[in-house]
Design a protein around this ligand. Structure first.
Ligand code: SAM
Length: 245
């Protein structure tokens, strides 16, 4: 996505602008849309991610592309007073909604907020015990740079968890899901947010995202070890896990 001079190509810039537009537009209604569009199932996918992360008191956790902070809220309880959760997101509207929501819930003290691009994380090497990126990676233009950047800021022994839409395993499910995401989802989006385009982008970005084995290969190529994934809801969503040693 960048030329050999290091400049971003026009397409990469357009994608970044489009992603920014989508999340500025949906920020205020993001949480309700998540519940409506996934029939509440995103809560189960996130719960499984938290259970797989194994966060313990005192740990440093990065919730990357953390948006409105669902995972951050759970990690904040698990790492306790001596731990630290960093919610990082590129989009200031999403960060603002997340910060207000967590403050209203009384989640303060061990959470900090950073506006950052996953492709070039502004954190020291070997810093975090756990990194999660939930429904974020497919929005990132240069995914390989982002995965390398995550590896750099993880401590040796640290763990990366990528929760993302993936490829349904069965034909029937694939057909139902295509119908849902290309026909029904943009209509629901336009009813609730008056913004069908953002939800068309969402469906398209899911279709373009690397499938389970491709993403696993990208993590291995970047230098992650013991990489494995778990399909959920027939592979509509997958949780990839890998370690830095
Ligand atoms: N993790 C939250 C969740 O699961 O509810 C939010 C997911 S939301 C679908 C995707 C988030 O990725 C948005 O908040 C967006 O701003 C963020 N994002 C997109 N591109 C990014 C990038 N290059 N670096 C960091 N965050 C990014």
């Amino acid at each position: 996505n960048s030329t050999h001079f290091g400049y971003k190509t026009v397409e990469a810039e357009q994608k970044a602008d489009m992603v920014a537009g989508v999340f500025h537009s949906v920020a205020a209604k993001y949480d309700i849309m998540n519940d409506v569009m996934s029939f509440g199932i995103h809560r189960m996918w996130k719960r499984f991610t938290i259970e797989s992360a194994g966060a313990r008191p005192g740990m440093k956790v990065l919730d990357l592309a953390g948006g409105t902070g669902d995972l951050t809220a759970k990690f904040s309880h698990l790492v306790g007073d001596k731990g630290q959760v960093t919610l990082a997101d590129i989009n200031d509207s999403m960060l603002k909604v997340g910060r207000e929501k967590l403050r209203d819930k009384g989640i303060v003290g061990n959470v900090n907020y950073v506006q950052a691009n996953a492709e070039a994380l502004p954190f020291p090497d070997n810093h975090f015990d756990i990194i999660t990126i939930a429904f974020g990676l497919r929005n990132v233009t240069d995914k390989d740079s982002a995965i390398r950047s995550m590896l750099r800021v993880l401590k040796p022994g640290g763990k990366l968890l990528i929760l993302e839409f993936s490829k349904p395993q069965h034909d029937v499910m694939r057909k139902v899901y295509d119908l849902y995401s290309f026909k029904i989802l943009p209509k629901m989006g336009s009813l609730i947010t008056q913004d069908a385009e953002s939800y068309e982008y969402l469906a398209e970005s899911i279709r373009m995202h690397p499938d389970q084995d491709t993403l696993k290969g990208m993590m291995v190529d970047a230098g992650f070890e013991q990489v494995e994934y778990t399909n959920m809801t027939d592979g509509i969503v997958a949780l990839h896990k890998g370690y830095k040693f």
